[in-house]
Structures are given as C-alpha cells and as structure tokens.
Design a protein around this ligand. Structure first.
Ligand code: PLP
Length: 366
C-alpha cells in the first residue's frame, strides 16, 4: 500500500532526540529557544513562540489579540476545524466565508462579502500549503486583526516572501502530516514585540517571569524533545519542499488541470497535500468515494480531502447565519464532496511514483 504520508525523519532527528533524553533537560531549556530563532529566521519574523500544537497556536493568537464574546471572526468554511474551534473557544462568533473553487482558499472577494459591522478579525488559511493572496487581501481586510493559519504552508512563499511571514500573527503546525514535524507542535510568528510578550505569558501559566503570575492561563509549552527534532527539520525544510514540488509536478501530469488546486498569482505552494476533484461541480461525493475505493484496490491509500465547517453540529448556526446573509458556501461544500487527498511525501520512491501514476491513469479512465 502506498500510504498517504510518511514523516521525513532520519538519523539526525534520532540523534537530536537522544541527546535531549541524555541531558535530562526535557522542558524549558535551550532547544525551544534555538528552534524559535531558526523558525523566525526562516519566515523572516522578529518573534517565534513555540507551543504544543497548531490548534493551541490559534487559540493563543486569538487570546493575545483580545478577541472574545461580542466579536465576530471570519473563517473560511473549508478546513480542518481548528481555526473555527479556536474562535468558539474564546467565545467569539464565527462568520463562515466561502472559498475560491480553483485556489481552495478564501479570496479578497470572499472576505469582502462576509465582512460586517461586528467583524473584528479574519483568519486567513493557506489550505494545503497554497499561499493566500496576501496583497489584495490586505485591502479587503484593512482595519481588522489578521491571523494567518499557516499550519500547512511553511516552506511556501507569496511574492517571494516566506509563508508564516504574513499577518499580525501567523500560526503554524508541526503535526506529522505537515512538511516540518515535531510529533505534535505549533508556533505563533509575529513582528510585534507586545503581542510576542503576551503570547509568551499566555503559553506559560500566565507568568511574566518565573513565579510572577499576572493572568490565568494554562501550560501550552513545547517540550525540548520536540524542539530538538524541529531544529533538525527546519534545516531540511528547503530540501523537503523541493522534493515535494518535484513529486507533485510528476503526479499532476496525469491529473486533469481543472481538478487540482491552483496557486494564486505570485504564489509558490509547498504541496503539503495533493488534492484531486472527481466529477463535475455539484455532482456530489458518490464518484469520489468510488475512486477512493478503487485506488485502495490498486494499493493506493487516498482519503477525503477536508471538511465543510457548516456541516459540523457546533458550526451549524454559523452556517445558517451565513446562508441568511446570502453566503451559500457552495464552493466549500462542493470541494469537500468531490475532493480527495492523494499520497505525497518527500521519501516517495521512483517505483512508488510510477505505480501511483499508473493506478491513477487506470482509475480515472473508468
Ligand atoms: C489548516 C489547519 N489549521 C490548524 C490545524 C491544527 O494543527 P494541529 O493538528 O497541530 O493542532 C491543522 C491541522 O491539520 C490545519 O490543517
């Protein structure tokens, strides 16, 4: 079976983890600080604040920006639920935003129609490592607090600027499905000194300095073990992304052009996920489900692409509000119905690429 993904871990990560274990210093040592410095340098940011997961990063970002009850936060409707869950967790109201049928991200037009008088913030998602249209978005989101969900987009770039470098705060994830992994992990990236300080306090039980508790907060820290692995991975990011891009190009050759994700002008994706749409727009999920089963029969693991947030019980009300305001979220729903994720990982062998291309050609010809 060709798996959907395989984390790119080797001898260097093993050695880094072993050295932390031998040191006995498992938390709050030098590794987290060094990992943060490397991340900040790689994304062109002044500050990186490493935390326990991408979801944690989003929640802390919203808290650091004082978003809460009475505030409306815009969030694209096609995604893993974390950004919307984070907004709900701080007591904010979610305004769901449709996405572009080609780029699979919310564009400036999607955000502009969703923006209302109570909107205070926007979460801009770089879905599957496809950069958002940051230049036109800056106009549409002017005056709002912009958080970029860069969970999938480290190593990608927009107009030459590394992803993770956009927004008041960018949040990234180091889950094993991402291009850079620490097992579990995440980070907030920002250029603002005061926000960085608030994030560091929030991450560490609300302490400004050891024993100086200034507000109620939990423990959202990253371990030294995770950071040591992350340091090795940051150094490999360029190579890992280059491998993904080369493999994605080979695989996309056998896929219909209108069935894959398109980069915006100036965008250089990292292909964190290789998505494919099955059937004509509006045709539902039956054909997609048949393709997933047929690929499985050919030794290829494929899975459903993503989630339509307005279909989740905790976001149904947000979906109803969007519909009542005339936002049908039709593209998000259609991409979720027809979308599947294909295997793509940097260590994919030539034999696996050939087998995958052949299986796709056979299954898609039916
Ligand atoms: C767009 C997006 N945001 C946030 C997350 C959450 O990251 P984590 O799994 O590290 O909490 C994910 C993870 O899949 C994601 O894809």
């Amino acid at each position: 079976m060709i798996p959907l993904t395989v984390p790119a871990l080797g001898a260097e990560e093993l050695a880094a983890a072993e050295s932390v274990l031998r040191s006995g210093m498992l938390v709050q040592g030098e590794e987290v600080r060094a990992f943060e410095a490397a991340l900040a340098a790689r994304t062109g940011r002044k500050h990186a604040i490493a935390v326990a997961s991408g979801t944690t990063a989003l929640e802390l970002a919203l808290r650091a920006l004082d978003l809460g009850p009475g505030d409306e936060v815009m969030c694209p409707a096609l995604t893993w639920p974390s950004p919307a869950h984070a907004a709900l967790a701080v007591g904010a109201e979610v305004a769901l935003v449709d996405v572009d049928p080609h780029e699979w991200n919310a564009t400036e037009h999607d955000f502009a129609v969703a923006r209302g008088p109570r909107t205070r913030a926007a979460i801009v998602i770089e879905q599957f490592g496809n950069p958002a249209r940051h230049r036109p978005l800056a106009g549409a989101l002017d005056g709002l607090k912009v958080i970029v969900d860069a969970a999938c987009s480290l190593g990608a770039a927009y107009e030459g600027q590394p992803c993770g470098g956009h927004g008041l705060i960018a949040c990234t994830s180091f889950h094993p499905h991402k291009e850079l992994t620490t097992g579990e992990g995440g980070a907030c990236l920002t250029d603002d000194d005061a926000i960085a300080e608030r994030l560091r306090v929030l991450r560490n039980h609300g302490q400004r300095a050891p024993g100086q508790f200034v507000q109620a907060s939990g423990n959202y820290r990253m371990t030294e073990l995770a950071a040591a692995i992350g340091r090795v991975q940051v150094d490999k990011l360029e190579t890992l992304v280059a491998a993904r891009r080369a493999l994605a190009a080979q695989l996309r050759e056998v896929l219909p052009r209108d069935a894959v994700q398109h980069a915006p002008a100036g965008g250089e994706p990292n292909h964190q996920t290789l998505g494919l749409l099955i059937g004509a727009p509006g045709s539902g999920s039956a054909a997609r489900d048949r393709v997933i089963a047929a690929l499985r029969d050919q030794g290829v693991q494929a899975g459903a692409l993503s989630y339509a947030l307005h279909r989740l019980p905790q976001l149904r009300e947000a979906g109803a509000r969007a519909q009542a305001a005339g936002r049908t979220l039709v593209h998000a729903a259609d991409l979720v119905d027809r979308g599947l994720a294909l295997p793509l990982f940097p260590s994919m062998t030539e034999a696996q690429v050939s087998a995958l291309r052949a299986a796709l050609a056979r299954v898609l010809a039916r």
